[in-house]
Design a protein around this ligand. Sequence first.
Ligand code: ADE
Length: 248
Amino acid sequence: MRYYVMTLFPEMIMEGMHTSIIGRAMDRGLLSLEAVNIRDFAEPQRKSRIDDYPYGGGAGMVMQAEPVYRTWESIVGKIGRKARCVYLTPAGRVFDQPLARELALEEDLIFLCGHYEGIDERVVEEIVTDQVSIGDYVLTGGELAAMVVMDAVSRMVPGVLTNELSGLDESFSGSLLEYPQYSRPEKKKKKEVPQILLSGHHQNVDRWRREQSIRRTLERRPELLEKAELDKKDRKYLQELLANREEM
Ligand code: ADE
């Protein structure tokens, strides 16, 4: 996977991404990352300014179309084709695990990070294939959102997680939240590790974990249960939880 990020803060992207699992995957050549400074493509007569007042008035400034377009052209020229281009904006489709999985199938991904009050709509229409939001809140710019998306996509790229199964087994893979995890010591300030996890009985452990996932999902994100793939045993357990709730 090759990432190209159009941004006003390339150092933020490079420093933010060169750590931990993603940093190691880059060192191993599984991922590459280039942050391209939109300011380098400013109109020469405007020095390095790339924003201007919005037509129609209103607060704030708008990123101009031309510098963004030229930045994109330089990247597309390098790749040799118009790769998928993701614009991070609170007005986009909300990012989720299915979209992470879908984007992980691409060989190249271009990200466009906005600032100020937004980007001139004409260049958005021209170059952007996907408008993506990371949630219903407003950030000061798209960089953190682009890093969130790259992180989630990268862990779905084959080989990035050395423990391959962990990419599949976690929250949202089956639309359920993840079960709680425990490690040593067995007892900490009177709080003990659930006995079943020490039993060595894998089937019972799996069942317990599954039920914990269902319980957590019901408590924290009940709307996810509508999409979850539940078998007969799962549904029975869920019914019991709901019945107990009504009793309370
Ligand atoms: N830019 C500003 N806020 C954002 C958000 N919530 N998601 C994606 N990009 C953004």
